[in-house]
Write a protein that binds this ligand. Structure first.
Ligand SMILES: C[S@@+](CC[C@H](N)C(=O)[O-])C[C@H]1O[C@@H](n2cnc3c(N)ncnc32)[C@H](O)[C@@H]1O
Length: 289
């Protein structure tokens, strides 16, 4: 490896320095921060503790774990799969290759829900279709204190991960998770239905960033030939599942608002509006019975 590292060989400082050089050479945008995240994870200490004593030795087992994580990161594996966690809204969530890593853009769904129901106690039942890590449902439960939630995912490993995340965030008593396709096994009415379905056109997946295309599961990305297959399934069940004053909030891919709104209207639903994400893209479609 090129470049001079000032700290003694085998020390925290030397590991961070060399890993930073490798990550920078691989064009990873925040190499120093990522090196710190990986080494603190491998050593089981906070980043603050690492920086406090850069001359401390890295124990052998931690060094081996770090080397393996660094190899996978340089091969394009997402950081959240390596460290096994990701922040979303106010929560810390476990991640797994069974499902998508929660994205900050998806927080637009929670913001929309909070605007729709300023009287938070009014929300009694929440449904999250395609729950993944449980990110959306758990964030909503954290904000609507009287609500009980149901999360559904086609991938059994994702439904199990969401249940684990509910317990991790002390919300396990307020929700249940099912493995199944959309609302097939569901009855009853919900005040709030949330969904971030797979919406990438099949042919566009290979052109996504390699970190996404090669590492996140197709089941979480692939929206079929026109990206709209999941929305057709949702349009077919929302009228049956929404309470009379209920609302659904659906995540949209860029430019999908007109097509998804038309699908919902064709299914007899109303579309009172959409909310933009931080980048100004219509991200959350509001749907009403
Ligand atoms: C884009 S990911 C969203 C995950 C999570 N809700 C989030 O926002 O981070 C879509 C999720 O839908 C799930 N999914 C795909 N097809 C499904 C189906 N037919 N029924 C239920 N869930 C499905 C995937 O397994 C994946 O977890």
């Amino acid at each position: 490896m090129s470049g001079f590292c000032a700290d003694p060989e085998g020390s925290v400082g030397a590991f961070l320095c060399r890993a930073g050089q490798h990550l920078r050479a691989a064009a990873i945008p925040q190499p120093r921060m990522e090196a710190r995240m990986l080494l603190s994870h491998a050593m089981g200490v906070t980043q603050e503790a690492l920086l406090r004593d850069p001359r401390a030795p890295v124990p052998g087992a931690a060094a081996a774990h770090f080397a393996e994580m660094l190899r996978r990161r340089l091969d394009g594996a997402p950081m959240a799969y390596l460290t096994g966690s990701q922040g979303f809204w106010t929560l810390d969530l476990a991640t797994s290759p069974d499902t998508l890593i929660p994205r900050a853009d998806t927080e637009a769904l929670i913001e929309a829900a909070l605007e729709l129901f300023p009287e938070r106690a009014a929300v009694g039942r929440i449904l999250d279709l395609g729950t993944g890590t449980g990110a959306i449902l758990l964030a909503a439960l954290a904000e609507f204190p009287a609500a009980f939630g149901v999360g559904v995912d086609l991938v059994p490993g994702a439904a199990a991960l969401a249940a684990r995340n509910a317990r991790r965030n002390a919300l396990g008593e307020r929700c249940a998770f099912l493995a199944g396709s959309w609302a097939e096994a569901l009855a009853g009415r919900f005040d709030l239905i949330l969904s971030n379905p797979p919406y990438i056109e099949s042919a566009a997946i290979a052109g996504l960033m390699p970190e996404v295309a090669r590492h996140e599961p197709l089941s979480a990305l692939d929206g079929g030939p026109d990206g709209l297959v999941a929305y057709r399934a949702l349009a077919g069940c929302l009228l049956r599942l929404l309470a009379p004053e209920g609302r659904a909030v659906l995540e949209l891919g860029q430019g999908q608002e007109p097509a998804v709104a038309a699908l919902m209207r064709d299914a007899g639903l109303r579309v009172p509006g959409a909310r933009q994400d931080l980048g100004g893209i219509a991200r959350a479609l509001i749907v009403a019975p």
